[in-house]
Design a protein around this ligand. Structure first.
Ligand code: SF4
Ligand code: SF4
Length: 691
């Protein structure tokens, strides 16, 4: 059977031109990757992101299917997710088409008959999908009216050059095909096959009056243009490290992605470390530098960042771009295209010739940006190239606190309180065990055979409003006949505030002290009402040998309900919405149990906010922000209360003492306390149980 189309038709000299230029392009492409590694990423500190190797390979394949082929993460925003899906599959069809052409022409001759026709059709389809998507992206970037949506994008020379180059490659390819089809004699088998090349045929129909000689000449001219443009595009993308290089860096970032739980920060080896945290760009690990380099400036992280949305001086996108700009400058990378200046945190004036000497903290990344983050993880969760923002922010905080002894004014007393009194509730008039009065609660010291340790947490033990959460949960446990105990006065801070604020030294002291205590009691299972304590006990204590089964109270109450150990008596005839805490939902995937608990209460009408689940909006209290006053913009907690009020809810249900206090404060400051109340899910269940 005949090949469907002759490769290098009308271009007898085609093979040696294509293969010579192709080899040059491949060499430059490989050189660029090696140069990038050698000059840029290698500046970072060593970090093992290869092991466990086979588990990593397995995870990479899974991620490739889910986030690559199916685009799950990118399609969380249908626009621009769908055009990106078009580009992805368009590229796959085009590149695969070219590869199959090459293999079939020289070796296997399999592009014949129906297989050849399918190959023609899918190559054309790929090109059409590609053009549609690029045009949509160009309209979006250059023609769309300004507004909140457009604000997430910026424009660089690279955006324009990349778009024009790849559009030129695909369009010129269609024209080459069109002139070939127009020159084919009507009535031949090849002419009949042209219907399987709809893109080329569409243009060819417009060339019906052109003479054969002119068609052949123009076909040759366009072929040369197409080949040179393609090779030029590859060289540009490679050397100038265009944003299109994210095809490589995003793939690498997916492969080297952290295998630790998302809620776990990396520990510092305090005994061996030569520096603490990150005070200059080379203090980041090589993977963190690859991360920074992989950013495509898509703006998704900025669009979901509660700090940015509420007007705080932080944009995760701008932070990553500022790091990238600084990294490339200090790396002496020879083919540098700087990110657009609109991406930088600093004013244009601060970007002078001498910018390589700028200090990372203060001049590249302002301190106020570093302290504005709540470590909510929304950026991490949405970034399509898997950039890990919160760890970088905490690393810079570690440098500020441990190397420079710079602590925000309001935070210092909190860290001092942890050190002196083992808790974060400054000015409390309560003792650790006062909340237990009248509840018949035993301590591990006198009930070491308890099945469950209730880790109460600083807020629920010592803060007036949150004490009610601990009391409600203890009443539920007692009513359900659970054999539990607390640590009583032996409990101290879990260390979460210390760690997120950057005081890794204090965190490790707290963690090791607590782990020793828990291990001495032989504790196996722990329940917490606080997602921060839950996350740190579950995901970070194992870094220091503390391996426990850790359960959040929402999960435990849901479990008791399933077992029939909870008798709900009274109804709660209210419209209720549920606020997902970041450290429960986004970091630990616990979305359903709290909702199951709320729905189980008779007469409850549960309504959802627009920003819920993994798209929840931080209350503003995470990452130590609970103690730092928001002096700019709107308070994040007030923005969240706006979300609550949009649902018409009369109660906002929470499952975190920090969220509860942040939201209650905002209810007070917005003056909506008459119509809106805040209740922890344990309080709601205890009320319904009439405890
Ligand atoms: S962790 Fe949250 S607050 Fe911090 S940069 Fe990311 S989205 Fe913004
Ligand atoms: S960090 Fe990720 S989400 Fe943010 S702009 Fe860069 S690629 Fe997009």
């Amino acid at each position: 059977m005949e090949e469907v189309r002759e490769v290098f038709w009308n271009i007898p000299e085609g093979p040696w031109i294509v293969y010579t230029l192709g080899i040059i392009a491949v060499v430059i492409f490989l050189y660029a990757i090696v140069a990038r590694f050698w000059l840029v990423w290698r500046r970072g500190q060593p970090e093992d992101r290869l092991h466990p190797f086979w588990r990593r390979i397995g995870a990479f394949i899974k991620l490739g299917i889910v986030d690559g082929f199916i685009h799950r993460r990118i399609l969380r925003q249908l626009y621009p997710g769908i055009p990106h899906l078009f580009i992805f599959w368009g590229s796959v069809f085009l590149l695969l088409g070219a590869l199959l052409d090459f293999l079939s022409h020289y070796w296997f001759h399999f592009l014949v008959g129906n297989v050849g026709l399918a190959h023609s059709f899918f190559s054309d389809l790929g090109g059409l999908l590609f053009i549609i998507a690029i045009v949509i992206f160009m309209v979006r970037r250059y023609a769309q009216s300004p507004g909140a949506f457009h604000e997430r994008l910026d424009r660089s020379r690279d955006d324009a050059i990349s778009s024009i180059l790849i559009l030129g490659v695909v369009i010129s390819g269609f024209f080459v095909e069109a002139f070939r089809l127009a020159a084919i004699a009507p009535g031949t088998q090849e002419a009949a096959w042209s219907i399987w090349s709809p893109g080329g045929l569409f243009i060819a129909n417009a060339l019906s009056g052109v003479s054969l000689g002119a068609l052949l000449t123009w076909h040759r001219i366009l072929w040369y243009f197409h080949v040179l443009f393609t090779v030029g595009a590859v060289i540009y993308i490679s050397l100038f490290y265009s944003k299109l290089n994210h095809i490589i860096t995003a793939t690498m970032n997916a492969f080297f992605r952290s295998r630790e739980p998302e809620g776990a920060l990396t520990p510092i080896n305090l005994e061996e470390a030569e520096f603490f945290g990150v005070g200059e760009i080379g203090n980041f690990t090589w993977k963190q530098l690859l991360d920074v380099d992989a950013c495509t400036r898509c703006g998704r992280c900025q669009e979901v960042c509660p700090a940015y949305i509420s007007g705080q001086p932080l944009s995760p996108k701008k932070m990553i771009q500022s790091l990238k700009d600084h990294l490339l400058e200090v790396s002496d990378y020879p083919f540098l295209i700087r990110p657009p200046e609109t991406s930088l945190l600093l004013s244009d004036d601060a970007l002078g010739e001498n910018s390589t000497s700028r200090s990372l903290i203060g001049e590249v990344i302002p301190e106020e940006a570093i302290w504005a983050c709540t470590t909510c993880g929304a950026c991490l969760d949405i970034c399509p190239v898997y950039i890990e923002h919160p760890q970088k922010i905490v690393d810079m905080r570690r440098n500020l606190i441990l190397e420079q002894a710079k602590v925000p004014e309001l935070v210092e007393p909190v860290l001092n309180s942890i050190e002196a009194r083992g808790h974060v509730v400054i000015g409390t008039v309560h003792s650790r065990t006062e909340w237990e009065e009248g509840l018949n609660i035993r301590h591990l010291s006198d009930n070491s055979d308890a099945d469950l340790l209730f880790w109460v947490g600083c807020q629920a033990a010592l803060e007036d409003r949150s004490i009610k959460i601990a009391q409600a949960f203890a009443k539920i446990l007692n009513a359900a006949g659970v054999n539990f105990a607390t640590l009583g006065a032996e409990e101290t801070c879990c260390g979460d505030p210390s760690r997120r604020l950057g005081n890794e030294y204090q965190f490790q002291m707290q963690a090791m002290k607590n782990i020793e205590l828990l291990n001495n009691y032989g504790v196996k299972t722990i329940v917490t009402t606080c997602p921060h304590g839950f996350n740190i006990l579950k995901n970070e204590y194992p870094q220091f040998g503390g391996k426990f089964e850790v359960i959040h109270h929402s999960q435990f109450i849901a479990h008791l309900m399933q077992e029939g150990k909870i008798q709900l008596k009274s109804g709660l005839d209210k419209k209720i919405t549920y606020h997902d805490p970041c450290y429960l939902g986004r970091y630990n995937d616990i979305y359903q149990p709290p909702r199951d608990v709320i729905r189980a209460i008779p007469q409850v009408n549960l309504v959802e906010m627009e920003h819920r689940g993994s798209d929840s909006f931080c209350c503003g209290g995470g990452g130590g922000r609970f103690w730092i006053e928001e002096t700019k913009g709107t308070r994040m907690s007030e923005v969240r209360i706006d979300h609550v009020q949009e649902t018409g809810a009369e109660i906002v249900a929470t499952a975190c003492p920090y969220c509860m206090q942040m939201l209650e404060d905002a209810i007070g400051s917005k003056g909506v306390g008459e119509t809106l109340k805040d209740l922890d899910i344990a309080e709601m269940v205890a009320m319904s149980m009439e405890l």
